[in-house]
Design a protein around this ligand. Structure first.
Ligand SMILES: Cc1cc2nc3c(=O)[nH]c(=O)nc-3n(C[C@H](O)[C@H](O)[C@H](O)COP(=O)(O)O)c2cc1C
Length: 187
């Protein structure tokens, strides 16, 4: 298949959209993040990459905690808003209903069905971004979204970003750790 070399940029792939939260100057602040990922499943370690200019960064550095909140598709307006305006100029604390875990470390979002409280363990400094790496120390899921002990994507309805479009998850394309077995050589 013929390939075309494009101008260097991050390769197009769907980004999971999360809303990260932190206490900044004692107030809840939320920002939208596409550069989110899991670094280790067990024990659970995640990262967010946040531009150094963002207001939230100071709060994460000061408190040592941040939250990850996975919004549902019907919260696309609030999610996008948190990525359009800065807490430096606009109070975003009432966009969502905040809740806290065992201690008041970082705010989590009641309207998002999946939430994690993360303890900052390392900050990687890139030229324009702080990459915050955190241990997941508390994990919450709406009871109504759990099926067979795991979050049901039909109910949590997460968003992915591709280019400028927020999208829902598509149809199931295969079963992980099983689809590839068709290519395993028979011993
Ligand atoms: C869909 C979307 C994805 C975004 N992803 C990121 C990201 O991964 N990293 C980042 O630094 N900013 C990202 N932003 C921008 C920030 O969310 C935005 O600048 C925000 O207003 C910063 O808020 P704060 O200044 O209150 O911290 C994204 C915005 C949108 C709308």
């Amino acid at each position: 298949m013929e390939k075309i070399q494009l101008h260097n940029q991050a390769p197009a792939a769907p980004l999971p959209i999360v809303v990260a939260g932190a206490l900044v100057e004692g107030k809840e602040n939320y920002l939208t993040i596409g550069a989110y990922g899991i670094m280790s499943i067990q024990p659970p370690v995640v990262y967010i990459s946040s531009m150094k200019s963002h207001y939230t960064n100071a709060g994460i550095k000061k408190t040592g905690y941040f939250s990850i909140n996975v919004p549902s598709a019907h919260r696309v307006k609030e999610t996008d808003y948190c990525g359009l305006v800065s807490g430096r100029d606009t109070d975003k604390s009432a966009i969502f209903t905040s809740f806290y875990g065992e201690e008041k470390h970082a705010p989590m979002i009641r309207e998002c069905p999946v939430n994690a409280l993360c303890k900052l363990v390392k900050t990687v400094k890139l030229p324009n971004n702080d990459v915050f790496i955190g241990d997941v120390i508390e994990y919450y899921v709406d009871k109504s979204c759990i099926a067979k002990d795991i979050p049901d994507p039909k109910k949590t309805a997460p968003l992915v970003l591709y280019g400028r479009s927020y999208r829902n998850l598509g149809r199931v394309a295969g079963t992980a750790f099983a689809a590839g077995k068709a290519l395993m050589k028979k011993e």
